[in-house]
Write a protein that binds this ligand. Structure first.
Ligand SMILES: Nc1ncnc2c1ncn2[C@@H]1O[C@H](COP(=O)(O)OP(=O)(O)O)[C@@H](O)[C@H]1O
Ligand SMILES: [Mg+2]
Length: 335
């Protein structure tokens, strides 16, 4: 990636942003009561309400078949909703389709490219589709920012998978959208390319573009997002700041495998948050793992009190709850 060309891209997109003075508090996308029933009768979206904040990276996390692509497709105007409404910077995405669509760039899940076209032509043509006059300087900035400049005269068929994906991003940025949707940007992409992709996305966000990405990789949501929404079975089951979600996830558990099972937690240990499991042969201690220093001293105290109570253990291990636990719980509850 060439950082200086990205700075140019930032400058250019700021200058071109007619909404730069708008309140950041006002959502850039408002989705309310959105429903989608496909022709065969499948209910893919159920009363979805969601607001996307200007300038954020929002990760829509959900298992395969949850409705992520359907939701994106409805917002981008590719699939008609069965009910509800979507506003993109105030424009109704059905009634004011052209204005709403012009604000959006979409990087689709599927890699469909014009195999024999060159990078330059593909990206330039895409801009034209939005009725924007040619702007070679903008296309150059986009290609440079995505490290595609050297490949501009190559036919798409000659590019690697990672490059093809970056061409899709370049196409989506060709008409200078303020909002970029990335549908599973790193599905099937190897770890190294995934990191590159994350860098590109973060740099775009820093340039003022609002990013909505879908993923079924928890790690990706954890790494990238300012806020995370979880979708399952066509319903939004959680929307939260990632930082707040992570704080909730700060609790840790220490499991002690006891020599002899206990019928109940001894009264002498009532001050600790303890639970028995595995028919009394495991003692589970839950504590706040986010407070530095406390952790060690409270465990030392517990072990001393266990010893005093004559409770012996043969093994112990600790674990920290993760986004994965929450995700698995949420998805399990609904099915
Ligand atoms: N064109 C369609 N017709 C009927 N059902 C569809 C269509 N597209 C998707 N679905 C169904 O809607 C559900 C959600 O699909 P999708 O939005 O692609 O999920 P995700 O992107 O989260 O994997 C799936 O059960 C899928 O089979
Ligand atoms: Mg999908």
């Amino acid at each position: 990636m060439d950082p200086s060309s990205l700075n140019d891209l930032h400058q250019a997109s700021r200058l071109n942003d007619p909404d730069a003075s708008r309140s950041v508090a006002e959502p850039v996308i408002s989705i309310s009561g959105l429903d989608k029933v496909y022709a065969g009768g499948f209910h893919a979206l159920k009363a979805v309400d969601l607001s996307i904040r200007r300038g954020e990276i929002f990760a829509l996390l959900g298992p395969n078949g949850a409705g992520k692509t359907t939701l994106i497709s409805v917002v981008c105007g590719l699939v008609n909703p069965s009910g509800g409404e979507v506003r993109v910077d105030g424009f109704d995405n059905v009634r004011d389709y052209r204005q709403a669509r012009a604000l959006i760039g979409l990087v689709p899940q599927e890699l469909t490219n014009e195999a024999f076209e060159t990078v330059w032509n593909t990206v330039s043509f895409s801009r034209g589709l939005f009725g924007k006059s040619p702007d070679p300087a903008h296309i150059e900035r986009v290609l440079k920012s995505l490290a595609l400049w050297d490949k501009r005269n190559n036919r798409l068929i000659t590019l690697s998978g990672g490059m093809k994906r970056r061409v899709l991003i370049a196409k989506a940025l060709s008409h200078e959208p303020r909002i970029l949707f990335l549908d599973e940007p790193t599905a099937g992409v190897d770890v190294e390319l995934r990191r590159d992709m994350w860098d590109v996305v973060r740099q775009l966000r820093d340039s003022g573009v609002t990013i909505i990405l879908t993923t079924h990789y928890i790690e990706e949501a954890e790494e990238m997002a300012d806020r995370i929404g979880v979708i399952n079975g066509g319903q939004i089951v959680l929307v939260e700041e990632k930082a707040a979600l992570m704080r909730k996830l700060g609790s840790k558990q220490l499991t002690l495998h006891l020599h002899a099972p206990l019928a109940e937690v001894p009264v002498a240990l009532a001050d600790y948050d303890l639970q028995l499991a595995a028919d009394g042969s495991e003692l589970i201690y839950t504590y706040d793992g986010t407070r530095d220093g406390d952790e060690g001293s409270s465990i030392t105290a517990l072990l001393g009190d266990l010893d005093a109570a004559g409770i012996a253990f043969k093994d112990l291990h600790t674990r920290q709850s993760s986004l994965e636990d929450i995700f698995v719980d949420l998805v399990k509850e609904r099915t």
